[in-house]
Design a protein around this ligand. Structure first.
Ligand code: FAD
Length: 467
């Protein structure tokens, strides 16, 4: 490896890249990491324009409900008004703090940080362009025994008339002024989360989605249930609705809809999917194979079509979640450097990946949807419970909670667990461990519940709904 400048060169300082660089350097490898945004980009999408700021805004939005519900618990409150500028400023300060922590972690583990845009120039070489204060760029060439592509993804906005008037999830966090009326276009989890968040923060939100129901890929019952709850909370959800063109007028942005109607709004968020970030990365020149969306194609060892070049995370367009990028990064490091002392070599399983959607109310899910389980196992047994959470007996809210278990009838194994309700992600994480361990419905039944909680419902569902 000594013939190269580095043992490992990581392109991208996001979830996957930072984790791989740190772990490899801690094991004694000579590691460099290039991040185009410099310190500001450290942590990548998740820290800067994804999971973290989104969850902070979701917390902010939940206060609106808390103010409304407080009277039911005896509090004399007139509610609050949102200081959007203060929220943005406090979020930005927290993100800057996190960027700094990532920088310190890299420095502390001995990673050489290179600020700039990295491009592959060979099977073992990378060129980094760094912008100078005068607008010019310097180019530096580095060689490495191995290269890891961890450049993530970027929002995709289709072409249509007026596209220049829309924003994406990259811009929503710093929107100025606060949109009194917001149109959210899309039906995926990011669209649904922002619809819920801005509705909670006080905007009049219209969510437009072309399909017949939001959250494709999730359990059908969960999709319909959460959509209903979002509407109850105030989101004007319009299904089968598409945008033809957008025009800017004095009173706002005019959205011409496919059904001939016009929607006037202050801002339009397009959350219509993400694509791998591979522009100008030099993949073609070096011969790294790409898929239909431009994603870097990797084998089960995260190896690209060029030996010694690997890829992890969103750029491979598989499961786009931070913990997955982290897991993949650690597998690559183990492959290159061997297992950490005293530890087994890591591997990655894509089964039973738990996930949450931070809608209001939230979704927590792990394993197969009812429809996917039926396809795989044929005979499945469904347990379902829908109720008003204890808190809402006094809060005045009409919000309801849904919990659902999908059981493979032949083995009694719980193969799907889904929930819509408060803190669904917090509840489902623990159940994911049990399900990975192969827990059967009998094991669930023999588990004592924690009373009074919503979570106990998962271990007290006795009567199947259907088989
Ligand atoms: P990224 O984190 O995107 O990092 C890529 C980095 O590479 C970036 O910093 C970029 O600037 C840099 N880069 C790109 N090209 C170059 C180049 N040529 N040279 C140098 N640097 C380059 N996941 C969850 O698990 N939970 C959530 O709640 C969640 N919420 C999300 C909400 C939103 C709005 C979005 C957009 C995403 C969310 N995600 C969530 C997904 C999560 O953010 C991603 O899966 C994760 O960040 C992927 O990590 P990554 O390392 O692949 O890429």
């Amino acid at each position: 490896m000594e013939q190269h400048d580095f043992d490992l060169f990581v392109i991208g300082g996001g979830s996957g890249g930072v984790r791989a660089a740190r772990m490899a350097a801690q094991r004694g490898a000579r590691v460099a990491l290039a991040e185009v945004l410099g310190t500001d980009g450290l942590g990548g999408t998740c820290v800067n324009v994804g999971c973290i700021p989104k969850k902070l805004y979701s917390y902010a939005a939940h206060y609106a409900e808390a103010f409304e519900e407080a009277a039911g618990f005896g509090w004399d409150t007139t509610g609050g008004t949102l200081d959007w500028a203060r929220l943005k400023q406090r979020r930005a300060a927290e993100i800057t703090r996190l960027n700094g922590i990532y920088g310190n972690l890299l420095a502390g583990s001995g990673v050489t940080r290179i600020d700039g845009f990295a491009r592959l120039t060979g099977a073992h070489s990378v060129s980094v362009a760094t912008l100078q204060a005068d607008g010019s760029a310097t180019h530096r060439e580095f060689t490495a025994a191995h290269i890891l592509i961890a450049t993530g993804g970027t929002p995709f906005v289709p072409h249509f008339q007026g596209r220049e008037h829309v924003i994406t999830s990259n811009e929503i966090f710093d929107l100025d002024p606060f949109p009194q009326r917001l149109a959210v276009v899309g039906g995926g989890y990011i669209a649904c989360e922002f619809a819920s968040i801005f509705n909670g923060l006080g905007a009049k939100v219209t969510q437009l989605y072309r399909g017949e129901q939001v959250l494709r890929g999730f359990d059908d019952e969960i999709r319909h249930f959460v959509a209903g709850e979002m509407v109850k909370h105030g989101v004007d959800l319009r299904l089968g609705a598409g945008v033809v063109a957008i025009r800017k007028e004095a009173d706002g942005l005019h959205l011409a809809l496919e059904d001939g109607q016009t929607l006037v709004t202050d801002a339009v968020l397009y959350a219509t999917g993400r694509v791998p970030l591979v522009k100008d990365l030099g993949l073609d020149a070096v011969g790294v194979a790409q898929g239909a969306q431009g994603e870097v194609v990797v084998d089960e060892h995260y190896r690209t079509s060029v030996p010694h070049i690997f890829a992890v995370g969103d750029v491979t367009n598989r499961v786009q979640l931070t913990p997955v990028a982290l897991g993949e990064a650690m597998v690559v490091v183990d492959q290159l450097l061997g297992a950490a002392p005293g530890k087994a070599q890591r591997s990655m399983s894509y089964e039973y990946i738990p996930t949450a959607v931070f809608t209001h109310p939230s979704i927590g899910t792990v394993g197969l949807s009812e429809q996917a389980a039926r396809e795989r196992y044929g005979d499945v047994t469904i347990f379902r419970s829908e109720f008003k959470a204890l808190r809402h007996t006094l809060s005045g809210s009409t919000e309801r909670t849904l919990m659902k278990l999908v059981v493979d009838t032949a083995t009694d194994r719980v193969v799907g667990l889904h929930m819509v309700g408060a803190e669904a992600g917090e509840i489902v994480q623990g159940f994911a461990v049990a399900m990975k361990a192969g827990a059967t419905k009998a094991v669930f039944d023999s588990t004592i519940g924690i009373h009074p909680t919503a979570a106990e419902e998962f271990v007290t569902m006795r009567e199947p709904l259907r088989r």
